[in-house]
Write a protein that binds this ligand. Structure first.
Ligand SMILES: [Cu+2]
Length: 117
């Protein structure tokens, strides 16, 4: 019985996500929030600059306290995966994606996620 409920729930959820995707298929500006490993204002600069160079990005803003990077992008030119990859290439975690080691090692000490302030 329980298994059936889980199955039903996941079916409903996938229907909802399909409906959401259909709405955005026409293209245009879309917003994504990415949880990063940023720690300070320098990280904010680094990430927002990296986003500015990224194709299809209209604007971006990092909230240092919550570490959430909000990106407005054109979904005809880029997508969530590319944006997250760009974040990891700047040396920061993006949701569950780990930062790219080479980029991370180049960060200032104060910007490393393990650093103790
Ligand atoms: Cu920093």
């Amino acid at each position: 019985m329980n298994k059936l409920k889980v199955l039903m729930l996941s079916m409903v959820l996938s229907l909802v996500s399909m409906a959401t995707q259909a709405q955005t298929q026409n293209g245009g500006p879309q917003t994504i929030k990415i949880k990063t490993s940023a720690v300070c204002d320098m990280c904010k600069n680094t990430l927002e600059k990296a986003m500015a160079y990224e194709k299809g990005v209209k604007s971006s803003s990092l909230d240092v306290d919550s570490k959430i990077l909000t990106v407005v992008f054109d979904n005809r030119k880029t997508d969530a995966d590319k944006l997250k990859k760009a974040v990891t290439e700047a040396g920061y975690d993006a949701d569950k994606l780990p930062a790219q080691e080479r980029a991370y090692n180049k960060l200032d000490d104060c910007c490393k996620k393990d650093s103790k302030h």
